[in-house]
Design a protein around this ligand. Structure first.
Ligand code: DHB
Length: 393
């Protein structure tokens, strides 16, 4: 090797060493504010991941990618909806990437599996999707911007008996949010003079609704009350029609997860008139929501945002405002700055209860109607500022 070549090689190696030093987490962590966004991006719950990632990116596009003088880095990871994977990724994000916030959590078991990592590392964990009441009690570092099933369930349990629905069979996914949805609907509906004549629970993964719907048909209730996670509503609705429950005069009611905006428009005639209660509809009538839906759709090839997107969008708002308040400092200070935030969301007014760290918002009673040739959940009644009823046990 001649001298020239040797010099070139040396220069190259020095550049490599400098680049390596610059890329080390310790060098970057001072200038960056990192958010680890863990979502199911593949598998049966991928629509939840897609909606939340799109909403988080929209928030950043609208609000800039620096906060408190630091560049915001959003690190998106696919947990394939497996709890052990979510937990492992969270650990890596905290230890290796030194994220200031863990966020996402598409399903209850994924949030529960990760709660100990938040507690041990004192890292705020923002739940943007999962909705079992007890999640916020699993770690003092958990904040929620999605919703809770008890919140969504009780409004409908008040509405139904006043609207000729006296006898109900409940049909829910057999895990945390389904059990919350069943319990809080049943207790309130029974208190209001209604009767729950059967409670059916279907497996959460790869459910075959047909045998359960046949049971509902045979029981001849006024309505079947349903909870299924986001994305599963289309299959349920299809089998509801195939089994002829609509023809038999059995109404379908439920929390708004079943008429999820992501898939509602593809459900067709059978969904018309379905009554649900929830915290967000893409047709929510406010200037802020109109702007949100338009921008989301434009940035995502016409996709309609659903309640998952709103949980993600509001979660980013809570993180950004907290980071501004602490000037980018993380840990307990960042968590404290998330508590008590009050703001207007595309869903309506939102409050993060400082005591429970859970979201307080309006619950709307909605009816599926055709608007401009498309199916929407049209809000027609508002129950204001609903706290999670699960917290007053
Ligand atoms: C949960 C998941 C959903 O998709 C949903 O719509 C509601 C709750 C959950 O696992 O907590």
């Amino acid at each position: 090797m001649n001298l020239d070549k040797l010099m070139q090689k040396r220069h190259f190696l020095t550049s490599l060493a400098v680049a390596a030093a610059l890329c080390s987490p310790s060098a970057w962590s001072q200038e960056k504010f990192k958010i680890g966004l863990i979502l199911p991006m593949t598998g049966p719950f991928a629509s939840t991941g897609k909606q939340i990632e799109a909403a988080a990116k929209l928030y950043m596009a609208q609000n800039g990618d620096t906060v408190a003088g630091k560049k915001v880095e959003l690190i998106v990871k696919d947990d394939t909806s497996a709890p052990d994977v979510t937990k492992r990724i969270a650990q890596e994000l905290v230890v290796n990437d030194k994220v200031s916030v863990l966020a996402g959590f598409g399903l209850t078991p994924l949030a529960l599996a990760t709660a100990p990592i938040a507690t041990q590392s004192k890292t705020p964990l923002v739940v943007m999707a999962a909705a079992t009441s007890s999640i916020t009690e699993a770690s003092p570092f958990i904040i929620r911007t999605s919703f809770t099933l008890p919140q969504a369930a009780v409004g409908l349990a008040d509405w139904a008996p006043k609207n000729n629905i006296k006898k109900v069979v409940t049909l829910v996914s057999d895990y945390g949010p389904g059990i919350d949805a069943e319990k809080y609907f049943k207790d309130r509906f029974t208190f209001n003079g209604g009767q729950v004549i059967d409670t059916l629970r279907v497996p959460m993964r790869n459910p075959d609704f047909a045998p359960f719907l046949q049971k509902v048909r045979d029981a001849k209730p006024d309505a079947v009350y349903v909870f299924v996670p986001s994305g599963a509503g289309a299959a349920l609705m299809k089998q509801f029609a195939e089994r002829g429950l609509d023809k038999a005069g059995i109404r379908l009611i439920g929390t708004g997860d079943v008429t999820d905006d992501d898939i509602l428009n593809g459900m067709g005639e059978v969904a018309m008139g379905v009554i649900t209660s929830h915290h967000y509809s893409a047709s929510h009538n406010s200037p802020l929501n109109k702007k949100f839906v338009e921008a989301f759709s434009k940035a995502n090839a016409g996709l309609r945002p659903n309640f998952m997107a709103v949980g993600g969008y509001d979660g980013m708002r809570v993180i950004y405002e907290a980071a501004k308040a602490t000037k980018g400092v993380g840990g307990q200070a960042l968590l404290d700055a998330m508590k008590g935030q009050v703001f207007e969301s595309p869903r309506g007014p939102v409050f993060i209860d400082a005591q429970t760290r859970d979201v307080v918002h309006n619950i709307y009673i909605r009816k599926v109607e055709r608007v401009g040739g498309q199916l929407y959940n049209q809000e027609f009644e508002t129950i204001k500022d609903v706290k999670d009823p699960g917290k007053s046990r």
